[in-house]
Design a protein around this ligand. Structure first.
Ligand code: HEC
Ligand code: HEC
Length: 329
């Protein structure tokens, strides 16, 4: 038996191994899990100025009053068109440098509005600058603190042509003084304007960016109807490789639903849409857009591509399911 009262070596060793085990479970494993997340294709990386702005956002502690997460509940609908996904944070959560893990800016306190989509809601540089200099200049009863140290006072004569100044009429300056935005303020505004929720409707992956299709295409002139229907309707989210996007859209390659001998769930998902799990976004219904024949072609394509192998779907099943669904609705 370990005698921890008399043997200090054992005591230190035990404490140390508990510390290491806990560190692995609490800090290291979750960090590895995060590494697997991917950006949504078409999502944009931060510019150099935005990244510096992110650092200002962190050092000024804006996260104390502002969240950057749209939750999947009714009251959050004001802040974005859809609930936030892990992939949304891909670029802002990249490691800052070798010593510093990316900070979490999701926030937990909403004294001020959520900023997930502030770039769309408020695209004006001047508004943001005035608001940072003194929130009360643009929002009369704001309780947000001033960040006037992000600005300096300068003489009108010594202002350079690329300096950004605040309008003198609003800032009430004496004599020939003007307020000039420092680099930090401009970077922070660039970051705020870049905070725009990525809309799935805005992007379509292009045909020549399709490894799976172009491979299958060698030698035969035409892509099967199922493949091109999948490309036009489903690939934007599930990707033409069927791999999906980790943190946003589930993979169809290897999916139990797609490969199930009984295709009922698969067809229902295509007809009615799907929103079953928190970690993924929402899939819309396709009953209006696609005919039974088209759904069959897509389903057969999914069930025979990317390593999937399941029998073809009989057309009658689709017709029957569509009838039973329209009866419920
Ligand atoms: C003490 C809490 C607090 C802190 C800290 C704070 N804010 Fe605010 N913020 C608010 C409140 C309250 C509002 C709503 C009133 C207003 O628009 O001024 C607001 C509004 C905003 C808005 C406008 C949002 C909209 O939807 O119109 C932006 C942008 C903003 N803040 C950015 C920042 C930035 C950047 C920082 C850090 C430099 C910061 N805030 C720090 C409380 C805070
Ligand atoms: C706007 C993005 C989007 C489009 C377009 C889309 N899906 Fe989905 N799909 C999703 C999301 C998100 C889920 C997961 C929903 C959940 O679980 O909450 C999903 C789930 C699925 C599943 C279940 C997979 C599994 O194993 O869980 C299938 C099958 C599927 N989609 C097929 C299709 C087909 C076929 C099309 C084209 C007709 C299509 N999807 C178009 C976003 C999309």
């Amino acid at each position: 038996m370990l005698n921890l009262h008399k043997d200090h070596k054992n005591l230190v060793l035990l404490a140390f191994s508990v510390f290491v085990t806990l560190s692995i479970c609490v800090a290291i494993l979750p960090a590895y899990q995060m590494e697997e997340y991917e950006p949504i294709p078409g999502q944009r990386d931060l510019t150099a100025s935005e990244r510096r702005g992110l650092a200002v956002y962190i050092s000024e502690g804006c996260v104390a009053c502002h969240t950057q997460q749209v939750r999947n509940i009714e009251m959050d609908r004001t802040w974005g068109e859809r609930p936030s996904l892990a992939s949304d944070y891909y670029y802002s959560k990249k490691r800052m440098d070798i010593w510093r893990q990316s900070p979490s800016l999701l926030g937990s306190e909403r004294t001020g509005p959520d900023l997930t989509d502030i770039g769309n809601r408020q695209p004006s540089d001047q508004w943001h600058l005035l608001h940072l200099y003194n929130p009360r200049l643009v929002v009369k009863r704001s309780i947000m603190p001033r960040y006037s140290w992000l600005f300096r006072i300068s003489d009108t004569l010594s202002v350079k042509s690329d300096d950004v100044t605040l309008p003198r009429s609003i800032t009430n300056m004496q004599g020939s003084d003007v307020i000039v935005a420092r680099e930090e303020a401009l970077d922070l505004v660039a970051y705020l304007k870049g905070l725009q929720q990525f809309s799935f409707e805005d992007y379509k992956s292009t045909m020549d960016f399709i490894p799976a299709l172009s491979k299958g295409n060698v030698g035969n002139e035409k892509v099967s109807q199922g493949a091109s229907l999948f490309q036009n309707n489903c690939a934007a989210c599930h990707q033409s490789t069927g791999r999906g996007v980790k943190g946003a859209f589930p993979p169809l390659a290897g999916s139990l639903i797609v490969n199930n001998k009984n295709p009922e769930t698969l067809i229902k998902i295509i007809l009615m849409g799907y929103d079953a799990r928190k970690e993924y976004g929402v899939m819309q219904a396709f009953a209006e857009q696609l005919s039974d024949e088209e759904i069959k072609a897509i389903a057969d394509h999914e069930r025979s591509s990317w390593g999937n192998s399941a029998p073809k779907v009989p057309l009658e099943i689709i017709t029957k399911l569509r009838d039973s669904i329209s009866k419920i609705q």
